[in-house]
Design a protein around this ligand. Structure first.
Ligand SMILES: O=C1O[C@H](COP(=O)(O)O)[C@@H](O)[C@H](O)[C@H]1O
Length: 261
């Protein structure tokens, strides 16, 4: 099973969360050693709640510290709405995680979208790409940004970020961040990291929980339909890890691995 995505299945979110935390902290340490900071991209949807359960728990020891002051947080995708809108991935992360950091915790550097550009999704995407250019050095010198970790969700149709099954955006090879005006899941207007950027990350972790995901998990791991999540599995191989509960992979024959770092 060399060079294939790791599938880690847990009895429930209570057992998944400590493993996810250990994995994120290990990625954090690698990032800090490489360049002094931890550059992480996060999704919206169900991910922030599980992530909060993992990261807001008390540290289990010195090697288990979340070093928030070293974190640079980007959005793997974002909806073209104000930052306090119910559909905003930023608002969701803020409500679930950022606002719950204990007082006195050094703040991570968070990169929301530029809401001045909400009327023009191409400009919104271009501006966000410039945020990446500034953070990851110039586009001229860096072919693709290298995130230390991307924390992604998996939609019930197999989409991830705002990369949807069968959409032309899956063939984007040039842009780092792209607009989408016809998302099949509301709201329709969004921006998203592109597939080459996702597949270029040092590590990618999917989090998928609940029985509502089991049909699509079977298709991602057992069929050849080119679903966006499967394309990330193919593009990242063993750099990709899935943190799921048993309900999400009931009936999926792909082998689970015991979790270890
Ligand atoms: O629309 C979106 O959906 C996906 C999946 O969400 P989930 O609730 O099924 O986990 C999410 O990863 C993405 O960021 C979001 O914009």
């Amino acid at each position: 099973m060399a060079h294939q995505a790791n599938l880690y299945a847990f009895s429930g979110v209570d057992t998944l969360a400590p493993a996810l935390r250990a994995y994120v902290v290990a990625c954090q340490e690698t990032g800090i050693q490489r360049h002094g900071v931890f550059k992480v991209g996060v999704s919206g949807g169900s991910l922030p709640k599980t992530l909060a359960q993992a990261l807001l728990a008390p540290a289990a020891g010195d090697n288990d510290t979340v070093k928030w002051a070293k974190w640079e947080i980007f959005f793997a995708d974002e909806r073209a709405v104000p930052l306090d809108h119910a559909d905003s991935n930023y608002a969701l992360l803020k409500a679930e995680l950022l606002d719950k950091l204990p007082s006195g915790t050094p703040k991570p550097l968070v990169h929301p979208i530029d809401v001045e550009q909400l009327n023009d999704t191409q400009e919104l995407a271009d501006q966000y790409e410039q945020v990446l250019v500034r953070s990851f050095a110039s586009r001229d010198s860096v072919k693709l940004p290298i995130f230390d970790l991307l924390l992604l969700g998996c939609g019930p149709d197999g989409h991830t970020c705002s990369l949807f099954p069968g959409h032309a955006l899956l063939r984007e090879t040039s842009a780092w961040v792209a607009p989408i005006e016809d998302s099949p899941k509301p709201p329709p207007r969004r921006i998203t990291l592109t597939l080459p950027v996702v597949n270029h990350a040092v590590r990618v972790a999917f989090v998928a929980t609940g029985a509502g995901k089991k049909e699509i998990m079977r298709e991602i791991f057992e069929s050849d339909k080119g679903l966006p999540c499967a394309l990330v599995n193919e593009g990242t191989g063993e750099r990709c890890s899935w943190f799921v509960d048993n309900a999400a992979v009931e009936g999926v024959s792909y082998p689970r691995r015991p979790f270890s770092l």
